[in-house]
Design a protein around this ligand. Structure first.
Ligand code: BGC
Length: 369
C-alpha cells in the first residue's frame, strides 16, 4: 500500500513540473545523437476547402506531415466548400491561439472580417493554392502557375486536334467550355491561359462553340461542382449537339471532367465519337479514366512539392526569416502584391502517365488498377 502511495505521489509531482513548464515560450526536448531539437509550442492551423475533391485531403496530409516533422503542432479542418464554415473554423483557430494559419480558401469575401482579426493578433497567414483576395492580411502565397495550366490545356487541344492544319483546309472542330468556380481566382487564370491559345481559333471559326458559351461568366461552375458540370453538359448536348457531335470538352479540372463524362456516357457517344476531354489535378479517378481512354489528359500538380514550399514558408514566418520566393513581383490580390512561390505542372496523358506518376512515386501501380 505504502509503495502505491509513493508511486502516486511521484506521478503527481512529475505532472506538476510538466504543467508549470507549459506556457508560451519555446520548449526544447533534449536532442538525441541524430534528432533535431523538437519545438513543441508553436501551433499551425491548416484550413482546407473540402474533402469531396480528393486533392485537398492529400494536400492537408502532406502539409501536416511536413509541419509535424519540423516540430509544430498542427490543427487541420475542412470546410466542405462552405465559406461560413471556413470563417467559423478560422475563429476557432484564433481561440486555439495558433501562431500561423495556412488557408486553402473557399471564398475570400466571407472571411474578410476574421482575417482582419488574425492580422490584429499578428498571426501570419499563408495563402495556399488559392489567392486570398482584397485583403492585406496575407503574408505569402504558395501555388501552381495557374495561367500556365490553362496554356497547357489549350496547347494540348491545339496539338492533338491539329488546329493549324484544320485552319488551312477550312475544317472545324466543335468545343464547349466548363470552367472553374467564379469565387476562385485560379479559375480565372486557367481560363485566361486557355483563351490565350484557343482564342484565335474561335475567332476564325476553326473552333466552333455551338452553345455560344465562351466567356468565363457563361462557362464557370460554382465550387467546381461535378453535379453542376454534369447538368450543364446534359443541357448543352440536348440543345446544341443533335445534328453535330461535340469534339472537345475543355474542362477546367478533374471533378468537372468527371461530371461531363457521366453525361457523355448517358448520351450514347461511341468510342469513335468520344470527344477530347481535359482536366486538372491528375486525381486517381481521372488517371483511371485516362488509362481507359475516357479522359484525354490532366494537368499534374505535385502537391508534395506545394506542401513542402508551404511548410517552408510557415517555418520562415515563425522563425522571423524570409522564405524562398520565386515570383518576386507577387500576385496582386486587389490590396497588395503577395510574394509568391510558384510550383510547376506537367501534362499527363496515356503516353506518359506511367513515367510521371508511377515512376515519379506519386501513385503506385495498384492504386490505378
Ligand atoms: C485548384 C484545383 C482544384 C480546384 C477544385 C482550384 O483552386 O487549383 O487544383 O481542382 O480548385 O478543387
Amino acid at each position: 500500500m505504502k509503495k502505491h502511495i509513493a508511486v502516486l505521489l511521484c506521478i503527481v509531482l512529475v505532472s506538476i513540473v510538466c504543467i508549470s513548464c507549459g506556457g508560451h515560450e519555446v520548449t526544447e526536448i533534449p536532442a538525441t545523437a541524430e534528432e533535431e531539437p523538437v519545438l513543441l509550442d508553436k501551433k499551425v492551423g491548416v484550413l482546407m476547402p473540402t474533402k469531396t475533391d480528393e486533392r485537398w485531403e492529400q494536400d492537408a496530409k502532406n502539409i501536416q506531415k511536413a509541419l509535424e516533422q519540423a516540430g509544430y503542432q498542427v490543427e487541420v479542418r475542412f470546410a466542405e466548400n462552405n465559406p461560413y464554415v471556413q470563417a467559423e473554423q478560422i475563429e476557432e483557430m484564433l481561440r486555439l491561439e495558433v501562431d500561423c494559419l495556412v488557408i486553402g480558401l473557399v471564398d475570400t469575401e466571407k472571411i474578410q472580417e476574421v482575417l482582419l482579426k488574425a492580422k490584429e493578433q499578428q498571426i501570419a497567414v499563408i495563402s495556399y493554392d488559392r489567392l486570398l483576395m482584397d485583403t492585406e492580411a496575407v503574408s505569402y502565397y504558395a501555388t501552381f502557375d495557374n495561367k500556365n495550366i490553362g496554356v497547357s490545356m489549350g496547347t494540348y487541344i491545339k496539338e492533338k486536334e491539329n488546329l493549324e492544319e484544320l485552319r488551312k483546309t477550312g475544317e472545324h472542330r466543335t468545343i464547349e467550355f466548363f470552367m472553374g468556380s467564379p469565387d476562385d481566382n485560379n479559375a480565372k487564370l486557367v481560363y485566361e491561359g486557355i483563351m490565350e491559345i484557343l482564342g484565335e481559333y474561335l475567332e476564325d471559326g476553326t473552333l466552333v462553340c455551338n452553345s455560344g458559351k465562351i466567356e468565363f461568366a457563361d462557362t464557370n461552375i460554382l465550387r467546381w461542382s461535378r453535379t453542376l458540370a454534369e447538368k450543364n453538359m446534359d443541357q448543352i448536348l440536348n440543345q446544341n449537339y443533335k445534328k453535330e457531335k461535340l469534339d472537345i470538352a475543355c474542362c477546367a479540372n478533374d471533378t468537372i471532367a468527371a461530371g461531363v463524362l457521366y453525361s457523355l456516357e448517358r448520351s450514347g457517344y461511341s468510342e469513335e465519337e468520344w470527344p477530347l476531354v481535359t482536366g486538372q489535378d491528375a486525381g486517381i479517378e481521372a488517371v483511371k479514366n485516362i488509362i481507359s481512354g475516357k479522359q484525354s489528359m490532366s494537368v499534374y500538380k505535385d502537391t508534395r512539392v506545394l506542401a513542402d514550399k508551404c511548410a517552408m514558408m510557415v517555418k520562415a514566418v515563425l522563425e522571423g526569416t524570409m522564405p524562398e520566393i520565386n515570383y518576386e513581383e507577387g500576385y496582386d490580390n486587389g490590396s497588395i502584391n503577395v510574394p509568391t512561390y510558384l510550383c510547376t505542372t506537367v501534362v499527363v496523358d496515356k503516353e506518359n502517365y506511367k513515367e510521371i506518376l508511377i515512376d515519379g512515386g506519386y501513385y503506385t501501380e495498384s492504386q490505378l488498377e
